[in-house]
Design a protein around this ligand. Structure first.
Ligand code: PMP
Length: 457
């Protein structure tokens, strides 16, 4: 018999399990989740929560989809594993399907996580330049505040606190510029001018470093985990123009923005963008099995095909493109299409934004930003100076939401001092009632927060 009593599990958890980031707040044991259905999860004590973070931006089609379990089961019985040094049906079918979703001609390299998808992108970009005459092109330009993964290369591209903790030296050749954080632009400057100035910083860096040394620019269409930083379309137009002008590859990280989160199939499809490389993970399988992909524009892939030049991509990934994970991804995309979840995301995103925008009148709310069904609320303690709300306040609000059965996230960057953006990224399959629950619960918590500070004064 397995002893599932809360105390025993909490003890064992403390003893044996190493958690991501901080283990948990203080001495509070972590929530042990046992079940999920739709947007809702249940913990070991039987408490139910609406998961407005979809795990970690993963579960776009919601929890408890039997069809996905069945797709994995059937594929496991048929052919559980074979490496993509050869081929199998689910990988071929999924690569074709992803081309349809990407609305362009791409060749797909499969891995297992967002970090690995970005690692593959960096290696492909460097090798591509090597094989097409750009021998010195090894540097990548990324942005502060952006997260691109935890492995050494992806961490080097990351522009958040994690990179400078205790892991240096990181991979060489990763440079950073500031993202267009319009809310914090200099007083008196227009949002458009500020965005264009941020794009110009990329051109300046390319020129200063020497264009012959720059392999690529990596960016998310909208910075997600770094605080929901939404650019002007003109910013992305300009960055793309700059990349083309200097022969620099444009790598778009769609790990969070992809698969409907943005209200389109991919985040970059909201803009006039044709990336050279697109990386994706999370929503590809809605988190049901690990799978990621690096989609490479066909013309770039062609540089790897010359049999005489020993030009193949010398990169092996044992589990990448696991047949069952590919089968789950195919079913996941089928569900998204059948249930119109991309359209649903756009609709729910609009409603959530309209509701939450009212909170701009709240003394703690400095800014409300959104991209599809992804919303960030930046908390400040002074709307004039935009001084970020203290972490204790941010955590208190998150804790109060949880007590009322609502899980929301916290974004930003501790070192930059902007760990003050509340994040909402619920399953795209959320019902109207789910959305109402999110809005009502959050507004209630925020209104209690005002009363609490009134009492102090
Ligand atoms: N890129 C982005 C934008 C991400 O948000 C993440 C994960 N949060 C990653 C890459 C890395 O993905 P993984 O954790 O699957 O390695």
């Amino acid at each position: 018999d397995i002893d599932n009593t809360s105390d025993t599990i909490a003890d064992k958890d403390r003893k044996f399990l190493w958690h991501n980031m901080l283990p948990y707040n203080g001495n509070q044991p972590p929530m042990v989740v046992t079940e999920g259905k739709g947007a809702w999860i249940t913990d070991l004590q039987g408490n139910r929560y609406l998961d407005a973070m979809s795990g970690l931006w993963c579960v776009n089609v919601g929890y408890g989809r039997a069809e996905l379990a069945e797709a994995a089961y059937e594929q496991m019985l048929m052919m559980p594993y074979y490496p993509l040094t050869q081929s199998h049906l689910p990988a071929v079918r999924l690569a074709e399907k992803l081309n349809e979703w990407l609305e362009g001609e791409y060749v797909i390299f499969f891995s297992n996580s967002g970090s690995e998808a970005n690692e593959a992108a960096f290696k492909i970009a460097r090798q591509y330049h090597q094989q097409t005459g750009g021998h010195n092109r090894y540097k990548f330009i990324a942005r502060y505040r952006a997260y691109h993964g935890g492995s050494m290369g992806a961490l080097s591209a990351t522009g958040q606190a994690q990179r400078k903790y205790k892991y240096e030296p990181l991979g060489g050749g990763f440079l950073h510029v500031h993202p267009p954080d319009s809310y914090r632009r200099p007083a008196g400057q227009s949002q458009m001018d500020f965005n264009l100035q941020c794009a110009q910083a990329i051109e300046d860096m390319i020129v200063w470093e020497g264009e012959e040394t720059i392999a690529g620019v990596i960016l998310e269409p909208v910075i997600t985990g770094g605080g929901v930083i939404v650019p002007e379309a003109a910013y992305l137009d300009r960055v793309q123009e700059i990349c083309r002008k200097y022969g620099v590859l444009l790598i778009v990280d769609e790990v969070i923005c992809g698969f409907g989160r943005s209200g389109k199939k991919f985040g970059h499809l909201n803009f006039n963008m044709k990336p050279d490389i697109v990386t994706m993970a999370k929503g590809l399988t809605s988190g049901y099995l690990p799978l990621s992909a690096t989609a490479v524009r066909k013309e770039i892939y062609d540089a790897f095909k010359d049999p005489a030049a020993y030009s193949h991509f010398r990169h092996v990934n044992t589990f990448g493109g696991n047949p069952s994970a590919c089968a789950v991804a195919l079913k996941n995309l089928e569900i998204m299409e059948r249930d119109h979840l991309v359209e649903r995301s756009r609709l729910l995103g609009q409603r959530l934004r309209e509701e939450m925008q009212e909170l701009l009148a709240h003394p703690l709310v400095g800014d409300v930003r959104s991209f599809g069904f992804l919303l960030g609320i930046e908390l400040v303690q002074d709307k004039q100076t935009k001084e970020p709300a203290p972490l204790a306040t941010v955590n208190k609000i998150i804790g109060e939401c949880k007590k009322k059965g609502l899980i929301i996230g916290k974004n930003g960057d501790t070192v930059a001092g902007f760990n003050n953006v509340l994040c909402f990224s619920p399953p795209l399959s959320s019902t109207d009632e789910d959305l109402q629950f999110i809005v009502t619960t959050f507004k209630q918590v925020m209104s209690n927060q005002v009363q609490a500070s009134d009492n102090l004064n």
